[in-house]
Design a protein around this ligand. Structure first.
Ligand code: UGA
Length: 435
């Protein structure tokens, strides 16, 4: 029997998951309370930038397998319901705000058909799945709940969903595991590693993975601070330690650190949850990971002051990049945008360029200066800050850019530019962790 799938929450994770489930051959209904989002998705438009997703969405809508609705009753016929709603940081604490997850479960619990399986994909504090499962069983005893964390990266969301590097399922029964095996049959046939876990472990896998990645980034940024103090070069250091396969070279790019809608809030929510469980000491180090990360932003601002003046009033600064990372228009907790906001607050005249994220950045900070054209952004700059490593910026010709600016000073906040080429073109080149 062909399984029918519902996806509750059609944001970043949900929209991608729905399109990919459809591409795997399932009939999929995506539901969301946001009528604008549903209207756009129904027309084959993705409300954010994600390479390849819009093409896939249009292809799957045309296939007739993928539909969207604001009416939750539409999930009634589905055999598997994926909860993909957001869990942002709470307004008044480090903990995750669970209101969307709870609302999603409350909406579907009474109408799930008997024998169907609810599968949580959202990143949640450990203990949530068990709590939701008992709530669900009280309302609707003929359904079950499993957890199946998501590891997709923005910018690679389609590829990561269609070909994940592992599948982790938190289940309490063999039936639930078998149903998930049927859902992921294609991945299993490609030998994707399959990890069966209990509910709490499956929830922990996700936050542990993100905490490890955050730790790796802050580790190399801590080394960058030491390199600066000792006259070393963190890019060479990273390359050298990365050759050790036990360490690995990925996520050792020193710079202004991690941002986005996941790593920062996940490590904070993890600390908050560990505190509730009486295990706060175990995650005390994550506080330091967070501080190192935020300190990198301040170090760039210190470099700006060193190169220009303590008083930034009226200084023209061009910021290259607003997104939290390249190939994304996501500006949530973006280190680039945070730095731009802080130097603008210090009096500088900031012009921000980004290939994709100007609209969302402008929406958040309408008072900042933006330019759609990179050359316009660079014109007359007293200093250039390279803060999101888009390919377009790596391809800039330092000789041509020098002719546009008022003063050839550049700070590479991502250690991604060709330093020698910029210096050869007559630039004063600064970077974090390189003397
Ligand atoms: C992250 C994880 O990588 C995914 O596995 C996870 O599924 C996702 O969060 C999530 O929880 O949903 P993402 O937020 O898309 O994915 O971004 P990353 O690629 O992890 O990058 C995070 C930040 O770290 C970016 O700001 C990036 O610029 C920064 N970074 C990354 C560095 O500063 N240095 C590096 O070496 C690597």
């Amino acid at each position: 029997m062909k399984l029918r799938v519902s996806v509750i929450g059609t944001g970043y994770l949900g929209a991608t998951h729905a399109a990919c489930m459809s591409a795997m051959g399932f009939d999929v209904i995506g539901v969301d309370i946001d009528a604008t989002k549903i209207e756009l998705l129904s027309r084959g438009k993705v409300p954010f930038y994600e390479p390849g997703l819009e093409e896939l969405l249009q292809q799957e809508i045309a296939s007739g397998r993928l539909t969207f609705s604001t009416d939750f009753q539409a999930i009634k016929e589905a055999d598997v319901h994926f909860i993909c709603v957001g869990t942002p940081q709470s307004e008044n604490s480090l903990a995750a705000d669970m209101k969307y997850v709870d609302a999603a479960l409350d909406a579907i619990a009474p109408i799930c058909k008997p024998g169907s399986l609810v599968v949580g994909k959202s990143t949640v504090p450990v203990g949530t799945a068990a709590r939701l499962r008992s709530k669900l069983l009280t309302i609707n005893p003929k359904v079950d709940l499993a957890w199946n964390p998501e590891f997709l990266r923005e910018g690679f969301a389609v590829e990561d969903t269609l070909h994940p590097n592992r599948l982790v399922v938190g289940v309490t029964t063999d039936e639930a595991e078998n149903k998930l095996k049927a859902i992921y049959a294609k991945n299993l046939s490609e030998n994707t590693p399959w990890v069966r876990a209990d509910l709490p472990t499956s929830e922990l896998v996700k936050v542990a993975a993100n905490s490890f990645l955050a730790t790796k980034i802050s580790f190399i940024n801590a080394m960058a601070e030491v390199c600066e103090a000792a006259g070393g070069d963190v890019t060479v250091l990273a390359k050298a330690i990365g050759y050790d396969p036990r360490i690995g070279s990925r996520f050792l790019q020193a710079g202004i650190g991690f941002g986005g809608g996941c790593l920062p809030k996940d490590i904070r929510a993890f600390m908050a949850r560990a505190g509730e469980l009486g295990a706060d000491q175990a995650l005390e180090f994550l506080r330091e990971i967070d501080s190192i990360n935020l300190r990198a932003r301040q170090r760039v601002i210190e470099l700006v002051r060193k190169d220009l003046s303590d008083n930034l009033t009226g200084k023209k600064i061009t910021v290259l990049g607003a997104a939290f990372k390249p190939d994304s228009d996501d500006v949530r907790d973006s280190p680039a945008l945070d730095i731009a906001v802080q130097i603008a607050a210090a009096g500088a005249q900031v012009t921000i360029h980004d290939p994709k994220a100007i609209a969302p950045a402008k929406k958040r900070f309408p008072a900042l200066g933006f330019a759609e054209d990179v050359e316009v952004a660079l014109k007359g700059a007293d200093l250039v800050l390279h803060l999101t490593e888009w390919k377009q910026y790596r391809e800039l010709d330092p000789v041509k850019v020098k002719a546009l600016v008022a003063s050839p000073i550049i700070i590479d906040g991502r250690n991604a530019l060709d330093r020698e080429a910029w210096i050869a073109a007559g630039w004063k080149f600064r970077a974090l962790g390189r003397s």
